[in-house]
Design a binder for this molecule. Structure first.
Ligand SMILES: [Zn+2]
Length: 311
């Protein structure tokens, strides 16, 4: 039976029932299944109001969402906010607008120059000459990675616009740090205590921070802050290998540090312990990658040497 016939049968039965009941009590009862017109009108008005209100809410939500998307789009397009991968590790993150990078770098440089006023060694000082030469090799190692892998994430935006420089601070402690834009500060104590390979590891780590643009990325609240240190260690390892320094030196360096110095990084949420750093860099796949780069860089060096001599 179709729905129409069922419905009609139901209505007819109801009619018959009410009529028979009315006859029983001697009066006619008009079935009032439907609400009175006035009430119906009222129901209709309520439904209409809800519909209108819902419409307004939907339109308002649409406007809010659209304006949010529009604002984000404008920020991405015109303010330069970008999601970019960290070179060498491919970690995705949001970085500040490009126009802010230079300003942050300039402000940081100005602040450091005030802080170290009268303490920066002359460019001709042997410590400065040594540090600058090692930085030059590390940057050549970086350029080599960019040249060798033109389609990899090692090449591209991040390399342009850096003004590489290293300044030696007349302070007899072991410390180095960097600022965005390409300037590294290294204390003379570091240069006195470490071999060339160890100094190269230290400088390559700072170059790793700079090329990864750690200072201009938005920090995810759930990101382990040590992650950036591990990332700079890893990039630094590859860069020092590419510059011709044996990457095994770094692992030995951290192991010696464990034996020789108290680990000040314990309880520090930003820096991993010496042991964690040594273990992270000693991982088989990490060291294998660095050793491959190291061997390739020396092969290239000898090929160039022979080729130049023949020429
Ligand atoms: Zn660091």
């Amino acid at each position: 039976m179709s729905w129409y016939r069922r419905a009609k049968l139901g209505i007819t039965s109801f009619h018959n029932l009410t009529n028979s009941t009315a006859q029983l009590y001697g009066k006619t009862i008009i079935p009032t299944c439907k609400p009175p017109t006035t009430n119906f009108q009222r129901y209709y008005n309520v439904d209409s109001a809800i519909a209108v209100a819902s419409g307004i809410v939907v339109v308002a939500s649409g406007i809010v969402v659209a304006s949010g998307i529009g604002t984000l789009y404008a920020m991405f397009c015109y303010r330069g906010l970008r999601i970019v991968n960290v070179p060498f590790t491919n970690r995705k993150r949001l970085v500040m607008p490009t126009m802010m990078h230079k300003r942050i770098g300039d402000d940081a440089l100005e602040g450091c120059m005030i802080k170290y006023k009268g303490k920066i060694l002359d460019e001709k000082d042997p410590h400065s000459v040594r540090a600058k030469l090692i930085l030059k090799y590390i940057i050549q190692g970086l350029e080599r990675q960019v040249k060798c892998n033109p389609n990899s994430n090692a090449s591209g935006y991040y390399y342009d616009g850096f003004n590489w420089n290293i300044l030696v601070v007349d302070n007899f402690i072991m410390h180095a740090h960097c600022i965005p834009g390409g300037t590294i500060f290294i204390c003379v104590g570091t240069l006195q205590a470490l071999t060339d390979g160890e100094v190269a590891a230290c400088i390559a780590h700072e170059v790793g921070h700079i090329v990864a643009q750690h200072t201009v990325e938005f920090q995810h609240p759930n990101l382990n802050r040590c992650k950036r240190e591990f990332e700079a260690d890893y990039i630094g390892l590859l860069l020092m290998a590419s510059a011709g320094y044996n990457p095994r030196i770094v692992v030995e360096f951290w192991k010696n540090m464990i034996l020789s110095y108290p680990d000040f990084s314990k309880g520090d949420h930003e820096h991993p312990s010496y042991e964690e750093r040594a273990n992270s860099l000693a991982q088989a796949h990490v060291m294998e990658q660095a050793l491959t780069i190291y061997k390739e860089s020396w092969s290239e060096y000898f090929v160039n040497l022979v080729f130049k001599r023949k020429a």
